[in-house]
Design a protein around this ligand. Structure first.
Ligand code: SF4
Length: 491
């Protein structure tokens, strides 16, 4: 499971928006490491800089000092649709109105082919779903800007968003800007997060910030105001933010991706009003109640398995300890096309602490198992280091369906839990026992009982129509649904 993308935007008169955007993107680096970019405006001209690589590789002091202006937005990308090259890097820019507009997208659309046809884009011309939306917006800007306002650089982009977004299906948290305004919008399901922050005080605001996750607000000194509602469009200019609901009061159907809480979001992020780290610890506590085991040491798979491991240890009374050390300088440097390469990648990334492990019965807590190759390599590593027993506990239910909403998952036939029973998974991974948290317990751990979630990769219940072209390509091919044969909590 790989993150999708991070988006950030700031409107702060009197401040250097490019430096704030750099800091914001740096805080969102975990959401995408393939490319980074930003657009900056001084009120007249929109300038875009983007390139392949990490935020610190794309931007240095020299680049940033050339990007002057009080308005900016940025993007960090992990590709889930479209090629991983410069053309797919964001922001996407389109000349429209007085100075053009820039768009950054987190998510994945499910009707891209139909939208591309509507936009008159030739097959092969489309690079990403974000390009298709930008093209439709650009065409709409040309139609609406002068009609609505008589000002080609005025509310054209806002009007274009109102015209185009009802046609768009799937997951999108967008941050956009023209030369004078910043826009943020979430799809009517709110699959991906987006929050609003304020620079300065409530009585004397000095600017406004949009970000995928709240730590990006903290790092620029902004105060968290609120999460945008699903279906909400926020327009920010010198008068501050204005909000409107594009789908009407009954339209939105909130379905935040449950894996944002399990794995994707930073532990210090706030989602649905809760800090993610606490939710992950409670997942471990409930997992310990649901699937207890006798053992000597509880350890988490670094880093996202660690909070749940702490919770498991606290509730079970088994001591918590570190069993694996992660090379913290490892980046997304390696291409992992096959199982052998993936196993080698695990060795480069993780190394066992032999003195902590040797002769011990271990509870190993991880947040998810996708193909199982990484987990199998970790288990082998722990056994080689002298573990006498390995009991796997997973703080998400079995992943049995692919994601179409911006997370990179393999096809159904490659998902371990879609193709094996629980007993077969236990044998394949080489563990003494395995248990996944139940979906009800996961939702209880998150504690936002009233909230709507997307859990389609766990249940197969997709909130939107599944893209026909992906069905045709076998992404959801009927793998033998054998995971159902293994009774939870585990074996
Ligand atoms: S299918 Fe899974 S990963 Fe994708 S949005 Fe839904 S819960 Fe998240």
């Amino acid at each position: 499971m790989k993150e999708a993308c991070g988006v950030f935007g700031v409107h702060a008169p009197g401040r250097t928006a490019s430096h704030l955007t750099f800091d914001g993107l740096y805080a969102l680096q975990h959401r995408g490491q393939e490319s980074a970019g930003m657009a900056v405006s001084d009120g007249r001209t929109v300038t875009v800089v983007k390139n392949m690589g990490l935020v610190t590789r794309v931007f240095d002091e020299r680049t940033l000092s050339g990007l002057t202006g009080h308005l900016a937005m940025g993007h960090t990308r992990y590709s889930t649709h479209g090629s991983s090259d410069w053309l797919a890097a964001q922001p996407v820019y389109r000349p429209a109105g007085r100075a053009g507009f820039a768009l950054g997208h987190n998510g994945n659309l499910t009707n891209t082919a139909a939208l591309a046809e509507r936009a008159g884009m030739l097959p092969g011309m489309t690079v990403t779903d974000s390009d298709v939306v930008a093209e439709l917006l650009s065409q709409a800007c040309a139609r609406v800007s002068h009609v609505e306002t008589g000002d080609p650089g005025g509310e054209g982009l806002g009007a274009a968003l109102r015209a185009v977004l009802p046609l768009v299906e799937g997951a999108y948290s967008l941050v956009l800007m023209d030369e004078s305004r910043l826009y943020g919008v979430r799809d009517p399901h709110g699959f991906r997060p987006l929050c609003l922050g304020r620079l300065g005080t409530a009585a004397a605001p000095e600017g406004w910030v949009l970000a995928s996750e709240s730590p990006a607000l903290d790092v620029v000194g902004a105060t968290f105001v609120r999460e945008l509602e699903p279906g909400e469009l926020v327009t920010i200019d010198e008068h501050g933010p204005r909000s409107e609901q594009l789908w009407g009061p009954d339209g939105p159907d909130p379905r935040l991706c449950i894996f944002e809480l399990v794995y994707f979001a930073r532990p210090d992020s706030r989602l649905y009003g809760r800090e993610v780290h606490g939710a992950r610890r409670r997942m471990g506590e409930l997992l310990a109640e649901q699937a207890p085991v006798e053992a000597d040491l509880v350890m988490g798979v670094p880093e996202s398995g660690v909070p749940a491991a702490e919770g498991f240890a606290r509730r079970s009374g088994i001591p918590y300890g570190q069993g694996l050390v992660k090379n913290r300088y490892i980046g997304r440097t390696f291409i992992n096309p096959d199982s052998d390469a993936r196993r080698n990648a695990v060795r480069r990334k993780l190394n066992p602490l032999r003195e902590n492990i040797a002769g011990k019965r271990l509870v190993v807590v991880d947040d998810s198992i996708v193909r199982g190759t990484t987990t199998r390599a970790i288990v082998g590593m722990l056994r080689d280091a002298g573990a006498t027993e390995v009991h796997m506990r997973v703080s998400s239910p079995p992943i049995r369906w692919p994601c179409f909403y911006g997370i990179d998952t393999p096809t159904r036939n490659e998902l371990l839990a879609a193709t094996m029973t629980l007993e077969e998974i236990k044998v394949f991974l080489g563990v003494d026992s395995i248990a996944y948290i139940g979906l009800d317990q996961l939702k209880e751990a998150i504690g936002a009982g009233h909230a709507g979630w997307c859990d389609a990769c766990l249940t197969g219940r997709y909130p939107t129509a599944v893209p026909v072209e992906l069905v045709a390509a076998g992404a959801v091919a009927d793998a033998p649904d054998r995971a159902l044969q293994g009774a939870l909590p585990g074996v």
